[in-house]
Design a protein around this ligand. Structure first.
Ligand SMILES: [Fe+2]
Ligand SMILES: [Fe+2]
Length: 295
């Protein structure tokens, strides 16, 4: 692909941003609807505990409390990714010519991501949930991600998060049993992220041309490790302990939950397909994705 063909893609993405962007600061996004009290935080099928003996032993209102806390954890990881992405990409783009169409799109993407993070925080407030402290490991990885990681890896890990959230949120936005603020936030996110995913895929493809075999396999493994950490951090023991559940029991229910593994694989499917097409899946990476139930 030539530079001007690439430019044309970024211009098209900028045009799409002009036509299809939402102001998620509007209070209308967070307004609850009649019946919201009996609705979940996310489509219950996405709960890692869905269908387990522990899930079956819960009352419906306990399950609602559970999915509301779990969605806070999921969206908290989303915010962590959105902020990390900006730090990494803005560092890399700080000295670039701001008139370049890819840099203009990067500015637009950062504007989107800031509003998404604020939207997720507001949506979690509006369903009476809260964010939980993250694992130390994720914070350490965040530091590495922001300071050390190079282009195709940064875009790869970000794309992993965006693709996985896209699959889940397509369900949330259309589920009648999900509270209205989460449904609306999921809809806005799905629409606005579709151009981010196109941007990340383009950026990764551009970076991969002419890459040495060594660098390609190093990037392949680090993308897999980053994705593994993100997938793992969606399940946070503090969420369950805060709800008065015994972590060991929760863990063994989740570990034995074939439905949960199937949902994670479904969430990762488009991302894994992209990696395989671009030659970013080697033996080691496959092993890691299997460990995280993404393959
Ligand atoms: Fe986002
Ligand atoms: Fe994004």
């Amino acid at each position: 692909m030539t530079a001007s063909e690439s430019d044309a893609i970024f211009e098209t993405l900028l045009e799409s941003a002009k036509r299809l962007s939402f102001d998620s600061r509007s209070p209308l996004v967070y307004q609850s609807e009649p019946g919201d009290d009996e609705r979940h935080g996310m489509t219950p099928q996405w709960s890692p505990l869905y269908g387990t003996p522990l899930w079956e032993s819960m009352s419906e209102s306990e399950r609602i409390r559970l999915t509301r806390s779990e969605v806070a954890q999921f969206l908290g990881v989303g915010i962590w990714l959105e902020v990390g992405l900006q730090v990494a990409l803005l560092r890399a783009g700080h000295s670039a010519n701001p008139a370049r169409s890819d840099i203009k799109f990067l500015f637009n993407e950062c504007a989107d991501e800031n509003l998404h993070s604020l939207m997720f925080a507001n949506a979690i407030d509006s369903i009476g949930s809260k964010f939980y402290p993250r694992d130390r490991m994720l914070d350490f990885f965040g530091w590495v991600f922001r300071h050390v990681i190079w282009d195709e890896v940064a875009y790869g890990i970000v794309l992993a998060g965006e693709e996985i959230f896209d699959v889940m949120q397509r369900d949330w936005m259309t589920s009648d049993d999900v509270a209205a603020p989460i449904r609306r936030a999921a809809y806005i996110h799905v629409v606005e992220e579709s151009r981010h995913m196109a941007y990340a895929r383009r950026k990764i493809r551009d970076r991969l041309t002419g890459l040495s075999r060594f660098r390609r396999s190093a990037s392949t493994l680090i993308i897999a490790l980053g994705t593994h950490l993100i997938a793992r951090s969606l399940i946070n023991r503090r969420v369950y302990e805060d709800l008065g559940l015994d972590w060991e029991a929760v863990k063994s229910n989740i570990d034995g939950n074939e439905h949960h593994r199937m949902m994670f694989r479904k969430a990762a499917e488009p991302f894994i397909e992209f990696l395989s097409k671009e030659g970013l899946l080697n033996f080691g990476a496959r092993w890691i994705y299997r460990k995280s139930n993404l393959l």
